[in-house]
Design a protein around this ligand. Structure first.
Ligand code: EPU
Length: 335
């Protein structure tokens, strides 16, 4: 294991923003993770676990501790189960599953980032979420140095949420297993997908066609990372009680609402409110702007300061609160 010093973090994030890390390690094995954590403990410095860097905004001051870039790789198939290293690219795992005609991940095609990041963030898109297929994760416990398995229910998945978002990087994910379906089971209820398959019956939809449709829809909605930076949706959609959501719907009858299966809440589409109620299309601070094709996404020009992104985000938060009395939270992790 080689510990580097004073490493620029911007190239390790999809925002392409952020200062330097005091120490930086490329962890390729569980032993690398263990040794790095021992080093951090000896020096009494904080640890930041980095996957694909696709859901974080690093401040211009960087990180005064050690960054562990997770690079544990490998995808192994055992019947309908895929076990992937936490550093594998998420979309590589999805492509692998689609290739093998294993159903369950195809709606999550094209999401940037790593397998570990996908689990921590509880990623979801187009009617699917990672918690629906994950069967277990293997984690390194920083407190006692043990490697153990945690089941799906121990991961406490919620809307863009998991146990690992709240454990102060105590558990570092090493591998994740997904139990997929060998028989066709297309989920195309999400509006954008339903529109693509309006002429087909669900039974005849091919898994590759679902992946292609999702990739196609996403292409229209996300900035091109080769030209500019982003971390996808910057905020979470607010979850409201049925009563509060209905009151809002009375004020704005055209607003769609989304049921949240397994919760009592309703998901309110923040993008719709920013667009149709607050008229925020085109909002910009310096090099950061609300993305024209999906207003919940912040896009940043190259060389943009984290301050521009944060200022824009605070302006949006304030406008939403002043006008609608709704408190919104970032979906992106801010370092
Ligand atoms: N809308 C607008 N204006 C816009 C964009 C959207 O009015 O500029 C409307 C849409 O017409 C739709 C509603 O707002 O009625 C919701 O939009 P969309 O379907 O694009 O979904 P979203 O709620 O904005 C969420 C996820 C995305 C995920 C999509 C698709 C969150 C925070 N975001 O966005 O995830 O790709 O659904 O499933 O839940 C991410 O987490 O980084 C992310 C990109």
């Amino acid at each position: 294991m080689h510990i580097e010093e004073n490493i620029a973090l911007a190239p390790h994030t999809t925002f392409f923003i952020g200062g330097r890390a005091r120490f930086f390690v490329h962890a390729k094995t569980a032993d690398d993770v263990r040794d790095t954590c021992a080093f951090a403990r000896d020096k009494n410095i904080p640890v930041l676990v980095l996957g694909g860097g696709s859901n974080m905004l690093v401040g211009d001051a960087g990180f005064d501790g050690i960054v562990i870039k997770i690079e544990l790789d490998g995808i192994v198939q055992d019947g309908g189960t895929l076990v992937a290293g936490s550093g594998e690219s998420w979309d590589k795992v999805v492509a692998y599953a689609v290739e093998k005609k294993l159903w369950g991940l195809e709606n999550l095609s094209g999401i940037p980032g790593s397998v570990g990041g996908a689990v921590v963030q509880g990623i979801g898109a187009y009617g699917a979420a990672v918690g629906q297929t994950l069967s277990w994760v293997e984690v390194f416990d920083r407190d006692n140095g043990e490697i153990k398995k945690m089941s799906n229910s121990e991961c406490h998945f919620g809307y863009r949420d998991s146990f690992f978002k709240h454990d102060n990087e105590k558990h570092i994910i090493l591998r994740a297993a997904f139990t997929l379906s060998l028989s066709a089971a297309a989920t195309i209820s999400y509006k954008d997908l339903a529109a693509k398959f309006s002429d087909s019956s669900v039974e005849e939809i091919d898994i590759q066609a679902v992946r292609s449709a999702v990739l196609d829809i996403r292409k229209g909605k996300f900035p091109d990372l080769s030209a500019e930076g982003t971390a996808g949706s910057f905020f979470k959609n607010p979850i409201m009680s049925v009563a509060d959501a209905s009151a809002l719907k009375q004020a704005y009858p055209d607003m769609p609402l989304f049921a949240m299966p397994e919760t009592d809440g309703v998901k309110v589409p923040l993008a719709w409110l920013l667009d149709h109620v607050l008229g925020l299309h085109g909002a910009r601070v310096g090099g950061a702007r609300l993305f024209e094709k999906q207003i919940l996404v912040i896009a940043a020009d190259r060389q943009t300061s984290s301050v521009d992104v944060i200022t824009l985000a605070r302006d949006v938060q304030k406008k939403v609160f002043d006008e609608l009395k709704i408190k919104i939270e970032p979906e992106v992790k801010i370092i």
